[in-house]
Design a protein around this ligand. Structure first.
Ligand code: GLC
Length: 541
C-alpha cells in the first residue's frame, strides 16, 4: 500500500479518473453517485491504483456536467451528500487510495451566490469577483470567442455591462486579480484538505491569469505568481498531490509548474501529443496522426522534465475520444491495441492516468444527434450546420472527437444497462457492453484489465520505471515506437508495433537474453512483430 503522507508519495502511483455521472448508479436515477463509487472501490483496489481523480461532484446546475459549480463546499444531491464524500475519503484510504477532487477555479456557475450578488450592482462587494467591461448592448468589448462557441462576452442589461466567460455563458470567469476572491478559494481548498482530500486536479488552470483587454487567456503574465501563491497558501499546508490542466503548456513552462520543490503544482496535463492529429489547433478537424512527430514529442517531454519536473501520462479523459478508437483499432485488434497503448504509456516516466473503462478497452460510440448530451458537441453541431457545413462531415467529426465518446456509462456486466443503473441511463450505454465489460475481464488472465493490473504492479516494483531516463530508439521508423529507460544498472526496453501489419525488427544483441516483463502476445520475442504487438523487457546493464 502507498503511504500518502511523505513528499512525492504520488510518483509511484497510478491514477484513475472517475466521471461520477457515468460510473455506478445505486438509486435507479440513471446517474452515477458517490455510494456507487464506494461500492466499486474493491474493483479499483484489485486494479492496483493509488489515486482517484474524481470529476466534480459539487453542487451545480450541470450545464457542463459539474464544471459549473454553484457551491464549492457542497456535494450535488444528485451524487449524494457530504457524508457520502467523507465516507469515500475514508473507505478509499483504507484501501491505500487517495481521492483527488476536481477544482474548477477559473469560473463558477452563473447560479453561484457570488455571481448572483455580483449581478446586483456595480458596487456590490462581489461584483469584482468576476470580469466586467462597460459597453453598449450589441457593441461587444472585443471579438474574443468562447471555447464552447459564441462570443466570450455576455450582456447584463441591469448593469449596462458585459461579463467575460471563456466557456459557456453559464460559466462566468472568476477575477483572479482580486485578492479577496483568491483568499476565498484558498480557504475552500484548506477546508477540503482538512476533510481528507489527498489531492486536486485543477481545471483549465493555465487560463486563470487572463487579460481580456489584451486578448490574453492562456499563460497570462501573472500565472506563475498566482500558482505560487495558491501553492503556498493552500497546497503546501498539507501533503497533497496536484495536477493542473494546461492546454497551453510547453516543456519550459511545465518545468516551472511541476518544479520538484512543489512551489507550484506536482504536475500538469499537457496536450501536445493529443493535438497532433488536428490541423491548426482546430479540435474538430480530422487529420491523420503524424506518428514520427508523436514519438519525438513524447521524447521531448520525457527528456525535458527528467530530473527537473514531472510528467502526467494519459491518452484518455472525459474530454477526449477513446484511444483504441482514435489511434488504435476498435475492431479486430481492439484487445491488442488497447494493451499496446497501455504498454507505451506505463513504460514512460510520470504518473499514468487511466480513464474509467480504459482498462477494459472501452471504445467510442455513435449516436443519433438527439441522443448526445455534451454542451460543447451540441453547440458545435448547431453552429456548423448554421454555417452551411456538410452534415455528414460534421457527424464524422462528432463520431471521432466528441466528448460523449468517453462519457458513456461504465460497462460492468453483460446484464441490463451494463450493470450501471436499474433506471434509464442519462446517456446511452455503448451497445458493445455484452462483449466489453468488467465482469468478464477481472478474472481472465488475458484480459485488458489483467494487463493493466500487471503494468500497475510493475510500476510499484521497479525503480527504473519511476526514476529512469528516456532514450528514443528508431526515431525515424514509420511503424515502431521503441524506447529505453535506464536507472542505475537496470534498463527497460519498450517495443510497440503500431498498426495491423507485421513488422520485421531485429532485437539488439544485448537484449537477446532479457527478461520479458509483459507482452500482449505469448512466447519469445518474434522475428516479425505481429499486429499491434507490444513488449516490455528488462535487463541488468
Ligand atoms: C476542462 C474540463 C472540461 C470542461 C472545461 C470547462 O477542460 O475538463 O470538461 O468543460 O474545462 O470547465
Amino acid at each position: 500500500m502507498l503511504e500518502n503522507n511523505k513528499p512525492g508519495w504520488w510518483r509511484r502511483a497510478v491514477a484513475y479518473q472517475i466521471y461520477p455521472r457515468s460510473f455506478q448508479d445505486t438509486t435507479g436515477s440513471g446517474t452515477g453517485d458517490l455510494p456507487g463509487v464506494i461500492s466499486r472501490l474493491d474493483y479499483l483496489q484489485k486494479l492496483g491504483i493509488g489515486l482517484i481523480w474524481l470529476s466534480p461532484v459539487f453542487a451545480s446546475p450541470q450545464v457542463d456536467n459539474g464544471y459549473d459549480v454553484s457551491d464549492y463546499r457542497a456535494v450535488d444531491p444528485m451524487y449524494g451528500s457530504l457524508e457520502d464524500l467523507e465516507r469515500l475519503f475514508a473507505e478509499a484510504k483504507k484501501r491505500g487510495i487517495g481521492i483527488m477532487l476536481d477544482l474548477v477555479l477559473n469560473h463558477s456557475s452563473d447560479k453561484h451566490p457570488w455571481f448572483l450578488q455580483a449581478k446586483q450592482s456595480r458596487d456590490n462587494p462581489y461584483h469584482d469577483y468576476y470580469v466586467w467591461r462597460d459597453g453598449a448592448e450589441g457593441k461587444l468589448p472585443n471579438d474574443m470567442r468562447a471555447a464552447f462557441g459564441g462570443p466570450a462576452w455576455e450582456w447584463v442589461p441591469e448593469l449596462g455591462q458585459y461579463y467575460f466567460h471563456q466557456f459557456a455563458p453559464q460559466q462566468p470567469d472568476l477575477n483572479w486579480e482580486n485578492p479577496k476572491l483568491r483568499r476565498e478559494l484558498y480557504d475552500m481548498i484548506l477546508w477540503w484538505m482538512d476533510k481528507g482530500a489527498a489531492g486536486f486536479r485543477l481545471d483549465v488552470i493555465d487560463v486563470i491569469a487572463k487579460e481580456p483587454d489584451r486578448k490574453i487567456t492562456g499563460n497570462g503574465p501573472r500565472l506563475d505568481e498566482f500558482l505560487r501563491e495558491l501553492s503556498a497558501e493552500a497546497f503546501q499546508k498539507g501533503c497533497v498531490v496536484t495536477v493542473g490542466e494546461a492546454w497551453g503548456a510547453d516543456v519550459e513552462r511545465a518545468k516551472r509548474y511541476s518544479a520538484p520543490d512543489g512551489s507550484e503544482l506536482s504536475m500538469v496535463f499537457q496536450f501536445e501529443q493529443m493535438m497532433l492529429d488536428q490541423t491548426g489547433g482546430e479540435k474538430w478537424d480530422l487529420a491523420p496522426l503524424p506518428f514520427i512527430k508523436m514519438k519525438k514529442s513524447y521524447a521531448h517531454w520525457q527528456q525535458g522534465l527528467h530530473g527537473c519536473g514531472w510528467n502526467s501520462l494519459f491518452l484518455n479523459n472525459h474530454d477526449l475520444p477513446r484511444i483504441v478508437s482514435r489511434w488504435g483499432d476498435d475492431g479486430k485488434y481492439r484487445v491488442q491495441s488497447a494493451k499496446l497503448f497501455a504498454t507505451m504509456l506505463h513504460g514512460m516516466q510520470g504518473t499514468p492516468y487511466d480513464h474509467q473503462g480504459e482498462e477494459l478497452g472501452m471504445t467510442n460510440i455513435r449516436l443519433p444527434i438527439g441522443d448526445y448530451r455534451d454542451v460543447e458537441l451540441l453547440n458545435y453541431y448547431r453552429e456548423a450546420i448554421e454555417a452551411g457545413k456538410d452534415e455528414a462531415d460534421v457527424i464524422a467529426s462528432i463520431y471521432a472527437k466528441g466528448r460523449d465518446n468517453a462519457r458513456t456509462p461504465m460497462q460492468w456486466t453483460a446484464g441490463e444497462n451494463a450493470g450501471f443503473t436499474t433506471g434509464t441511463p442519462w446517456i446511452k450505454v455503448n451497445p458493445n457492453y455484452k462483449e466489453i465489460n468488467a465482469e468478464s475481464q477481472v478474472d481472465d488472465e488475458d484480459s485488458v484489465f489483467s494487463y493493466y493490473r500487471c503494468l500497475i504492479a510493475l510500476r510499484k516494483e521497479l525503480d527504473v520505471l519511476v526514476e529512469g531516463d528516456f532514450t528514443l530508439l528508431e526515431p525515424e521508423h514509420e511503424k515502431l515506437f521503441v524506447y529505453k529507460r535506464a536507472y542505475k544498472n537496470a534498463e527497460v526496453l519498450v517495443v510497440c508495433n503500431f498498426g495491423g501489419e507485421e513488422t520485421k525488427w531485429e532485437l539488439p544483441a544485448e537484449w537477446k537474453n532479457a527478461r520479458t516483463l509483459i507482452a500482449n502476445y505469448p512466447g519469445a520475442f518474434p522475428e516479425k512483430l505481429r499486429p499491434w504487438e507490444a513488449r516490455m523487457l528488462c535487463r541488468e546493464a
